[in-house]
Design a protein around this ligand. Structure first.
Ligand code: G3P
Length: 219
């Protein structure tokens, strides 16, 4: 499974870009607002930090304007992925962009039918929002599992990008459910590697090694 980070904070992206663990970045209008930055400048800076796929979302709701905005965004860098809402206009725009070989990410996906339509429209990625389904007492992970089954049934190439990730369990469950990607808030990303037994065991190794008086590096 690929790990994307879901953020508009350039410093967080810089930190992870150098780790070798970053496979992509997703942004959305709310994350742009939170960053306090000009969107086009922010997206350009993100693309200067990483050459992995960077999702930049259109603001328009109508097909014609989405196409115009997508042209501006796609022109920023070759690794731009155009993020579109999973609406009829978003699907039409996805279809047009896929014919131009411009990568797309269909976002705000909450049903198998939406995912099917997005894949049919040629979406590169579809983003089912796990956390927001959990928020209304549904099981967001069921959606990931169901989309995986349907995409496998019809050998659909669209990648399942698990989004609205709220916990480290969402990440592992997304992998178990067969998601191709999880886009993870930085705060959750940082917790993925942590385990108290690893820390406890390493402390013991360090103490025992120190007691041997040995060194690996001589001189
Ligand atoms: O960026 C898309 C998605 O990850 C948003 O997540 O937490 O606002 O539901 P959230």
């Amino acid at each position: 499974m690929q790990f994307f980070i879901d953020t508009g904070e350039i410093d967080e992206i810089r930190q992870w870009a150098g780790s070798g663990l970053l496979d992509g970045v997703t942004t959305n209008p709310s994350l742009v607002k939170k960053s306090g930055r000009d969107m086009l400048e922010l997206i350009a800076e993100i693309c200067s930090v990483t050459d992995t796929p960077v999702s930049a979302e259109v603001a328009a709701l109508d097909h014609e304007t989405m196409l115009k905005e997508a042209a501006v965004l796609a022109d920023i860098a070759p690794n731009i992925v155009i993020k579109l809402p999973t609406t009829l206009d978003g699907l039409k725009t996805c279809n047009s962009l896929s014919q131009q070989n411009i990568k797309t990410n269909l976002t705000l996906c909450f049903s198998v039918n939406q995912a099917l339509l997005a894949a049919k429209a040629g979406a590169t990625y579809i983003s089912p929002f796990v956390g927001r389904l959990d928020d209304i007492n549904l099981d967001g992970m069921d959606l990931i599992r169901d989309i995986r089954i349907v995409f496998n049934n019809y050998n659909m190439r669209a990648k399942i990008l698990a989004a609205s990730i709220r916990s480290v369990n969402h990440v592992s469950e997304s992998a178990l459910a067969g998601a191709d990607v999880a886009t993870i808030p930085t705060s959750t990303f940082e917790k993925l590697v942590a385990h108290p037994l690893t820390d406890k065991g390493l402390d013991a190794f360090v103490k025992d090694w120190a007691s041997t008086g040995q060194t690996i590096l001589k001189g």
